[in-house]
Design a protein. Sequence first.
Length: 175
Amino acid sequence: MLVSLNCPTCGTSLPPAIRPEYCPVCTLQGALAPESVPPPVLHQVGDYELVEELARGGAGVVFRARQTSLGRQVAVKLLLAGQFANTATRQRFTTEATAAASLRHPHIVTIHEVGEHEGQPWLAMELMEGGTLDERVRPGPMPPHEAAAMVAKLAQAVQAAHDAGILHRDLKPSN
């Protein structure tokens, strides 16, 4: 008689033929985690030479890049699923990039260009140096006056986006 087991990691009941280390639930979660998806293997998209990966999230990978025609440093965001993204995901990426490109505000990065390279959607934007808020507060809290000034700038940027009918939906210290 075969006995079913539970996955020691997630507790899913496994059929007798499945060994716990091959739990389909854990395997799928691992495969879908942003860290497990390798960045697209590209060195150039459009006029932009990708230099180094700066960040990655659930939807995209951001690279430091050099715009070859102007010799300037920019950030290039690639859609994580790349050429394998479904039509709705690709359309949302383009729509969000186009909406963001319409904004002009001192506390919102400027979108320079949106494109596609060999089926890989991308956008080029202003490179913001200095790290994320998450990195800034990791050593300890900010002085109150500095935190208040940052919150004021953030509120102004969010208000400008809202005034243009844009809702960010992913504001967090690591962005």
